[in-house]
Design a protein. Sequence first.
Length: 222
Amino acid sequence: MNYILPLLSVLIGYAIALIIKPKKKKNLKLLLAFSGSFLLSLTVMDLLPKVYESHNHSIGLFIMVGILFQIILEFFSKGAEHGHVHGHDKINSMPWLLFVSLCIHAFLEGFPVGHHHDLAYGIAIHHLPIAIILTTFFLNAELNKTALFVFMVSFALMTPLGTLVSDSAPAFTQYFTEITAIVIGILFHISSTIIFESSEGHKFNIAKISMIIFGILLASFI
Ligand SMILES: [Zn+2]
Ligand SMILES: [Zn+2]
């Protein structure tokens, strides 16, 4: 499950965008709001207490490093990790900068999954709308089908690959708490940005608030 869920969610998102071609931005926004809230809840309820239990006094610093690292990644990806894509220009070749930064992001997210099984659900739900949004964006930008396929399959493989590396390399086991703290920083930044950007002009939106509450409740039950 740890490996399958994050892999499948991207492939399913890719397939949904290819086959159904979702037009309703509103539903995607709600799915994003839910995914952000669910991911943030899992982070604060499950991951955060665990790293602080380690009594490593510099753990807070590693969390800040994670936040900073994700901010830097977004210079290159322009926010693709939280479902933010823009531009109407045609994309003729593989968008390498976006590709590499998204892969690094997804790879790192896989690290804590082996020890925190709930996170597999969190990342799966977080990457599903991202895959739909990215595929739709690339289809509109007329990126060639092979490049799109390579892009989405690599993105899908990155999180399970991160889990595999962290589970099998002893060097990473030794620094597991520090790496988890960095991933917490990444997840903090990503999920709060998702929640923030899914609201337009800070207007009160009952549907969105309901999805956020639903995300919190679901995370607290699993
Ligand atoms: Zn953004
Ligand atoms: Zn992610």
